[in-house]
Design a protein around this ligand. Structure first.
Ligand SMILES: [Zn+2]
Length: 238
């Protein structure tokens, strides 16, 4: 199953222009198997999530993007709990994730907007995975993330980080299985049973991006659909 594992809704992320129902509609058009809603420091979609799943007849998984003192992490299976964005230490978040049996994915770690965890992903205890292909991040930064995740044997994910409907599905993650809920999703991430993909011309099948670390991704990036994505994603304010 291919999921976009990171996006922001207009309803619950102040910088997003993407209504959740539009995201679902676009994901369906693209042939995605589901979406993860990961609003900025907000679990506010949780109370309405079940009704949305029923209304849209589409798998929706709820996580959150938490801005720690060291950068952004997309987290599943934790909270709600009180914290102060930018003050919570990444190590404390990892500990909470571990205690909850959740999963923590470093979001766009090498993006140059001061919100990536950077080199910390090489050593941070408890980190479950790395967003190696983020649809709103430069390729060099994505590929550095891929190298680091591979070096540590962490799960590699791809996601759009969409704040606009046209960005939904700009990178996604193929999971070895059909997660029915957040618990299933966490198990698959923790098992590393996933890989980043680009949808491109392949539609719902997706093209793997990390099968041959570095080279394949570079070639794809330079010659194929990803170059368009890259061109549009050179700068990102989020
Ligand atoms: Zn984000």
């Amino acid at each position: 199953m291919i999921l976009d594992t990171h996006l922001h809704t207009k309803e619950h992320s102040p910088d997003s222009f993407l209504p959740v129902r539009d995201a679902v509609e676009r994901a369906r058009e693209l042939g995605l198997g589901g979406l993860c809603v990961t609003d900025h420091d907000s679990w506010d979609i949780l109370p309405e999530a079940e009704a949305l799943r029923r209304e849209c007849h589409f798998p929706l998984f709820v996580g959150i993007e938490i801005l720690t003192a060291e950068g952004d992490f997309v987290v599943f299976g934790v909270g709600p709990f009180d914290y102060e964005p930018r003050r919570l230490r990444a190590a404390d978040l990892m500990e909470r994730v571990r205690e909850s049996g959740g999963a923590a994915v470093a979001a766009h770690p090498y993006r140059d907007n001061g919100r990536g965890a950077g080199k910390l992903i090489k050593t941070l205890p408890g980190l479950t995975g790395v967003e190696c292909f983020n649809g709103s991040t430069k390729h060099e930064a994505n590929l550095q993330a891929l190298r680091d995740a591979r070096a540590r044997g962490l799960a590699c994910l791809g996601a759009s980080d969409a704040h606009l409907v046209e960005r939904v599905g700009r990178f996604a993650t193929r999971f070895d299985g059909e997660p029915r809920n957040e618990r299933d999703l966490i198990q698959l991430i923790r098992a590393g049973a996933c890989e980043p993909v680009a949808l491109g011309d392949a539609g719902g099948q997706g093209v793997p991006l990390s099968s041959n670390m570095g080279e394949t991704a570079y070639v794809l990036a330079e010659t194929w659909t990803l170059s368009q994505i890259s061109g549009e994603a050179q700068h990102n304010p989020y």
